[in-house]
Design a protein around this ligand. Structure first.
Ligand code: PLP
Length: 390
């Protein structure tokens, strides 16, 4: 007997956490997981075939970034790229000057940058964590004011992973360039949806991660502008022209390049489609849920990012209720040993802790439609009202 299906449809609105692998990307990867299995460093036909896949991927990534293929280093993801950018530049300076130097970053960076900076503090580096305004924007003038004679690196993200604010990286680049200081940008959230021309952005180092744009997990890139000096952090074989030792993840790299090329090709259509969905979601939610507020810049934000504080609720409970209704969403607040810890980003934009514990991030992607937004908007107000009575 056929039983009625009471399961709600699954609606995935957590594309900032990760995205679903695109079928076209999987197809491009499959040969490198089976027939073309060689080690890209081997001299024989199997190795040469893998090597060609790797180098073709490097050329495809370079075409999107508008850089030279040799300026692209493949890594294990955004975290490694950020670590390599910060530690690589800082440690090169230290090896030359036998002392720490000064690093400028912001209070709203991803932990891959913040914790790398903290680590470097332990080696004598001084770190300035620039504040942001209430929309999460960094003031380029504050970057200029923070520069010191011993500043070795500025690292400012292109788009924030929690609140979606897009930072004025190109404006900051004109300042760092005038002072001869390398500029790194964590562009992990911008991959595939914002323009990534490294010359227009003016960056010297840029991090990307494939799983944020419908590619596989565990593979990323660090763009390194020619002439930028780094002390490479991983010792072993001579892969990636001695910049990142370890047998290359050829299938992953092919997946990354295919995903980036596909996403970049659709960007002109997909970014406005997502922005329209996002704007409708934001306007309707703010009207339908009393005491809700938007976090992040109202217009300078990632096309798929909507982030709110909802007064009088705890995010964890809300996320569990939404999950039961088939909606996958997330929060900037993390439950650490029983207590809900508000995010450093919400604190930096001045959100009070009692509000920040009720944050909700809805990140839209290629999978989302108007019907998904309608479903969410239909369910959310009642869920919030119910939670507020508890
Ligand atoms: N930087 C930002 C802004 C991110 O959003 C993330 C992942 O969420 C990372 C870095 C880390 O990337 P990965 O998951 O590839 O290590």
């Amino acid at each position: 007997m056929d039983l009625p299906n009471h399961n709600p449809p699954r609606i995935y609105m957590d594309n900032a956490a990760t995205t679903a692998l695109s079928p076209a990307v999987l197809e491009a990867m499959l040969p490198y997981l089976s027939g073309t299995f060689g080690n890209a460093s081997s001299i024989h036909a199997e190795g040469r075939a893998a090597h060609e896949g790797l180098e073709q991927a490097r050329r495809e990534v370079a075409a999107v970034l508008g850089c030279r293929a040799r300026e692209v280093v493949f890594t294990s993801g955004g975290t490694e790229s950020d670590n390599l950018a910060l530690k690589g530049v800082a440690m090169r300076y230290r090896s030359e000057h036998e002392r720490g130097g000064h690093i400028i970053t912001s209070q709203v960076e991803h932990h891959a940058v913040l914790h790398s900076a903290e680590y470097l503090s332990g080696f004598g580096f001084d770190v300035s964590y620039l504040p942001v305004d209430c929309d999460g924007l960094i003031d380029p003038a504050a970057v200029e004011q923070a520069i010191r004679p011993d500043t070795v690196l500025v690292s400012i993200m292109l788009a924030n992973n929690e609140i979606g604010t897009i930072e004025p990286v190109a404006e900051i680049a004109t300042i760092t360039k005038a002072h001869g200081i390398p500029l790194h940008s964590d562009a992990v959230q911008a991959g595939g949806i914002l323009p990534l021309s490294v010359d227009e952005l003016g960056v010297d180092l840029l991090s990307l991660s494939a799983h944020k744009f419908y590619g596989p997990k565990g593979v990323g890139i660090l763009y390194i502008r020619s002439g930028t000096s780094l002390l490479y952090q991983q010792q072993g074989g001579a892969q990636e022209t001695r910049r990142r030792a370890g047998t290359e993840n050829v299938a992953g790299v092919v997946g990354l390049a295919t995903a980036l090329k596909l996403a970049d090709g659709k960007r002109a259509v997909e970014a406005p489609r997502l922005a329209a969905l996002r704007d409708r979601l934001i306007a309707t939610l703010l009207a339908a849920v009393p005491h809700s507020t938007l976090n992040g810049h109202p217009t300078r934000r990632l096309p798929g990012n909507a982030n709110f504080c909802i007064a009088g609720i705890e995010a964890e409970t809300l996320l569990l209720r939404l999950d039961l209704l088939g909606i996958a969403a997330s929060s900037a607040s993390a439950c650490q040993s029983g207590a809900v810890e508000p995010s450093h980003v919400l604190r930096a934009i001045g959100v009070l802790d009692k509000l920040a514990v009720g944050s909700l991030r809805l990140s839209l992607g290629a999978n989302n439609t108007d019907a998904d937004v309608d479903y969410l908007l239909d369910k959310l107000p009642a869920v919030v009202a119910r939670l507020r009575t508890l």
